[in-house]
Every structure is written in C-alpha cells, then in structure tokens.
Design a protein around this ligand. Structure first.
Ligand code: FAD
Length: 348
C-alpha cells in the first residue's frame, strides 16, 4: 500500500513558541496504568523540550490508590499525578470525564491534552474538546513539534501533516502503536512526581452530568495478551462460518501465546465480541507476527494491521487482496491448515 504525504499547510508558517505543559488522560485497570497511557506519555515527550507532564487519573476506592502508586513510579517523564477520587469515576463515563477535563484545564491551563486511541480516549477526548471549544486532532502517528502532527487519512492510504493553529489546549488522540514505550523509560523513576488531589465538588453538584449510566462490564479472558500490545495476533474472518469454528483460532492463539483478532464481518456475524475487531473501526495492531485466516484483506481491515512486522495469510482464493500485503501467503483451506498447525505446534 503506497502512502504519500499531504502537506496541508505551507512550510513558510513559522512555528510559534510557547511553554509546554501537557495533561495526559490516564486509563487504569486493576491498579495499574495501562500501556496505552504510557505511550501517550512517550508522545508528550516529543512535543518539545521542557514539557511538564501531568497525568490525570480518575476513579474511586483502593484500585485508584494502587493506580496512583503505579503512576508515580511508571515513567520518569511524569512530574505530577492529578487524582480525581469520586464515585462518579468508578467507571469511565464520557460525560463525567469530559467535565473533569474541563475543570482541570481551567485550573491548570495546559498547552496540550493527550490520550491514547482506545475506546477510553475516543469516547472522552472529543467530548472534552467540545466543552473547551477546540478541535481535537485524532489518530496522530507522528509528532514533529508542539503544533505539527502526522495522521493517516483515507483508511491509511495517505498521510496528512497537520499544523495546529487554534487556541490552547491542543488536544490529541495518539495511536499507541506509533509511540511504543522506550526501554529506557520502563521502571527508571529517580524523582517521584507530586501527587495532587483534584477538587471534584463542582462536578458532584452538576446535574448536567449523568446522562449516561454504567450498566455492566463484560471482559474477555484476561490471560491472553492485550490485542493492542500483543507480539503475536491470530485473526479469523468470515470464512470461519460460526462461533464454534472460531474456537480453532482461539486454540491456535493459545498455543502461540497470541491475542485473538477478528474482521468486522466475523464480529457482525456474532462469532466473537466487538472488542476483538481489528481495523479502521476496530483496534489498530502492530505485532511482530500477524496471522490472518480466511480474511479477504479489505482496505478497512488493512488500515489496522499495516504496522505489523510480518504478515502471514491463509486464504483459499489466490487472488485475495490480503496476499498483496502478506510477507508469507498460503493458498489453502483454513479448515485443513489450522488443524494441521494445531497438531504440529508444541503446547505452550
Ligand atoms: P470476506 O471479505 O467475506 O472474506 C472472507 C475471505 O475468506 C475470502 O477472501 C475467502 O476467499 C476466504 N475464505 C473463504 N473460505 C475459506 C476457507 N475455507 N479457507 C481459507 N479462506 C477462505 N472490516 C474490518 O475487518 N475491520 C474494520 O475495522 C472495518 N471497518 C469498516 C469500516 C467501514 C466504514 C466499512 C464500510 C467497512 C469496514 N470493514 C471493516 C468491513 C470490510 O470492508 C470487510 O467487509 C471485512 O473486513 C471483510 O471481512 P472478511 O475478510 O472476514 O470477509
């Protein structure tokens, strides 16, 4: 797939200088800050020298306190951890979070607000941007300065360079796979950041929040690696024909210590839940090895896998578009190939 750069703004526009102060909206689970948030911190580091980075954590109870401890020791670039402790944040609902970001921005006057591109960030940041009356920039894959960003367009077939000329804060959703955690950043905190509480009393009194409410959460087997960060991903498409048959993909993933992915057709057919969808409207993955079984290679699917290091495809149609991007391709029936692989691969 060819990519070209579309320089939307003239290079004669001089970059303007300002002091950098970045707020990273943090996602946490089970007492730990998620990897996508650490990627957002890595991205914040690229905005320029002297950037002071604050992490905003919201939640309630002991899991928030554990996450706060993790946040204070998980990345050397974090200078402040802001804690919003309220029952309103037990689950990350967009309305409450957006209001919180608004309150924190009014007090902190951040030049940038960043988050990762999972459903957490995509849900919250645009709503917060609307409250702050700025245009967010989504799907950022490269940061060339404090106001110059690269993002894919046309399902990743073109790259657009965008200069932000609006007022503060400049709000960004970054693709986590484009800003991996640097090995030097992991577990090397010498100066612990300050941990400050956010006053949430104005939110508690606000009737405007609370239009949506939390009903339930269902999550997949936590033993499998997270799809967005997995080193190996095994994906099944419509060709699997049923949820029962899709279990072959799950078994193969288990043997390979891989995450399971699916095409939108497989998700729409009800073989697997929506959270496994890979692609333009699903998750973006960048594993070392991506294995696609019975996947045609539609452009919207390829948009989510283009950063994979090695792509292996098995499809019974030799003309399937997936073979144009595959490093290794096998023309064959997955109902023969997968059982053979399961038989020959050793147990993990
Ligand atoms: P198909 O296109 O039906 O392909 C099935 C393939 O399996 C075929 O190539 C066939 O040759 C092969 N096959 C059949 N039987 C066997 C067998 N026994 N052994 C081996 N191979 C076999 N799709 C996504 O995946 N992710 C997205 O995020 C996404 N977003 C979208 C957003 C928009 C706005 C739109 C319009 C579409 C989006 N789609 C997305 C859908 C996308 O266009 C395709 O429809 C979808 O990816 C096709 O899924 P598939 O490859 O499983 O199915």
């Amino acid at each position: 797939i060819g990519a070209f750069r579309n320089h939307s703004f003239s290079s004669r526009v001089a970059p303007y200088s300002r002091s950098l102060k970045t707020l990273v909206l943090a996602e946490h689970d089970g007492g730990s800050v998620k990897a996508s948030t650490l990627s957002a911190v890595e991205a914040a580091n690229l905005l320029g020298d002297g950037n002071s980075i604050s992490l905003l954590l919201a939640g309630s109870g002991p899991s928030l306190q554990e996450a706060a401890q993790h946040a204070a020791s998980c990345h050397p670039s974090i200078s402040q951890v802001l804690l919003a402790d309220s029952d309103k944040f037990t689950y990350p609902l967009a309305e409450q979070w957006a209001k919180l970001v608004h309150v924190v921005q009014q007090k902190g006057s951040f030049s940038h607000i960043i988050t990762g591109s999972g459903s957490f960030g995509k849900n919250i940041l645009p709503r917060a941007a609307a409250l702050l009356d700025v245009s967010p920039i989504t799907d950022v894959i490269e940061i060339s300065g404090s106001n110059l960003f690269v993002r894919p367009i046309y399902a990743g077939n073109a790259l657009s360079t965008v200069r932000y000329t609006g007022s503060d804060p400049c709000m960004l959703i970054i693709r986590s796979t484009s800003f991996p955690l640097k090995p030097a950043s992991a577990g090397s905190v010498s100066n612990a950041p300050s941990v400050d509480k956010v006053d949430t009393s104005s939110l508690d009194e606000d009737d405007a929040v609370g239009k949506s409410k939390f009903i339930s959460i269902s999550s997949q087997d936590t033993e499998r690696p997270d799809l967005g960060n997995a080193r190996v991903v095994v994906t099944g498409g419509r060709a699997l024909k049923s949820a029962e048959n899709f279990k072959m993909i799950e078994k193969l993933a288990e043997k390979l210590g891989a995450a399971v992915g699916a095409t939108r057709a497989a998700v729409d057919a009800g073989f697997v839940p929506n959270e496994l969808q890979v692609g333009q409207t699903g998750k973006i993955v960048a594993p070392d090895l991506y294995m696609a079984f019975g996947v045609s290679g539609a452009i919207q699917h390829l948009a989510g896998i283009r950063d994979s290091k090695v792509i292996v495809a098995v499809n019974k149609d030799a003309d399937a578009p997936i073979f144009q991007v595959a490093d290794y391709g096998l023309v064959g029936d997955l109902f023969e190939v997968i059982p053979e692989l399961l038989e020959k691969l050793p147990d993990k």
